[in-house]
Design a protein. Structure first.
Length: 220
């Protein structure tokens, strides 16, 4: 196992401790390689997903608190387990919100059907991505390594690839609408605002959107 980052035993992370509408930044045990197939990523950017509101509202996530939240991030690989082959220390990577689910069948302690970063004990205890470091299981399949061609692209233009953008893209694709259709997007939070960008790339025509939200608002 190779390691380059500092020997600090704690890191800062956003945590939910069971009180709805409250989150805190706290010192927690630092992410580390547990299995030979793990990598540890130093987070350079993390996104806030609409799903984080479920934790914030106290309606989803582990009942064992506190737990570290967040499931969308990118960063630099700082540590790799002995059996990690395709990911190297120093690689710039996207951390997709779900680790490789096929590979997780090989991890007896993690139920692949529900494994997700930032949801706590019952969800694989993977830790949250709104933290300084993240342990990534089965790193060869659970990380997207960004090649040199991405060097000139800022984190803020890439980090949404971890969840929000592909989820929104899938929603736009599955909806089946065509150029010229008028669409309504209900719940225009961080996830569903992404169709604005997605659709603008799918069609070179001017679009008008009337996003629906929890709070009534006039269009547009
Ligand atoms: Zn998300």
């Amino acid at each position: 196992m190779a390691e380059t980052h500092s020997k600090n035993r704690t890191m800062r992370s956003v945590v939910f401790d069971g009180q709805p509408f409250e989150v805190y930044v706290r010192d927690i045990p630092k992410a580390k390689v547990v299995r030979r197939t793990d990598a540890v990523v130093q987070v350079t950017s993390a996104a806030i997903c609409g799903s984080d509101l479920h934790n914030y509202h106290g309606v989803f996530g582990s009942d064992q608190v506190p737990y570290s939240i967040g499931h969308e991030a990118m960063g630099i690989v700082k540590e790799v387990g002995a059996d990690v082959a395709s990911v190297k220390i120093g690689d710039r990577v996207i951390i997709p919100d779900f680790p490789d689910d096929v590979g997780l069948d090989l991890e007896p302690t993690i139920n692949p059907a529900i494994a997700l970063y930032g949801e706590g004990h019952q969800f694989g205890d993977l830790g949250g991505c709104q933290a300084e470091f993240v342990r990534v299981p089965l790193a060869d399949k659970s990380l997207i390594v960004l090649g040199k061609e991405f060097d000139g692209i800022k984190d803020e233009d890439l980090v949404l690839l971890s969840d929000i953008f592909p989820t929104a893209w899938a929603g736009v694709t599955w909806s089946g609408f065509e150029a010229g259709d008028t669409i309504a997007i209900f719940g225009a939070g961080p996830l569903l605002l992404e169709p604005f960008r997605s659709t603008s790339r799918r069609a070179n025509r001017r679009r008008r959107f009337w996003p629906g939200n929890q709070v009534a608002s006039s269009a547009p």
